[in-house]
Unconditional design. Structure first.
Length: 107
């Protein structure tokens, strides 16, 4: 059972720790059971592959590696800065994510 994460797919996030610090990108995939995620064009790794059924051509492929959720923060569209996420309940009872700095909804 994975943890409740404040990051979702297609969010704009900024890396705040590690060798990729300062880079921004869109979240491509979230692994909730591992507390990790894959960000577009961040943490690129080289994968040596052999030719097979799925990949006719072998060689060195570059693809995104996983990053831990604690090393990224969601970027608020209004603040244009990495912010912590608050959970707010609307009048109709639905829950949304909001910026802790300016209160803007992130949904």
């Amino acid at each position: 059972m994975g943890a409740r994460l404040s990051v979702k797919r297609n969010d704009l996030v900024e890396v705040v720790a590690g060798k990729e610090r300062g880079k921004r990108g869109k979240v491509l995939r979230v692994y909730r059971d591992e507390n990790r995620l894959v960000i577009e064009k961040v943490n690129m790794i080289k994968r040596h592959t052999r030719p097979g059924r799925m990949t006719r051509q072998g060689g060195i492929l570059e693809r995104e590696g996983k990053l831990h959720v604690s090393n990224v923060m969601v970027v608020c569209h209004r603040c244009d800065a990495p912010v912590r996420v608050a959970k707010r309940r609307l009048e109709d009872g639905s829950r949304v994510r909001a910026c802790r700095k300016c209160g803007e909804m992130l949904e």
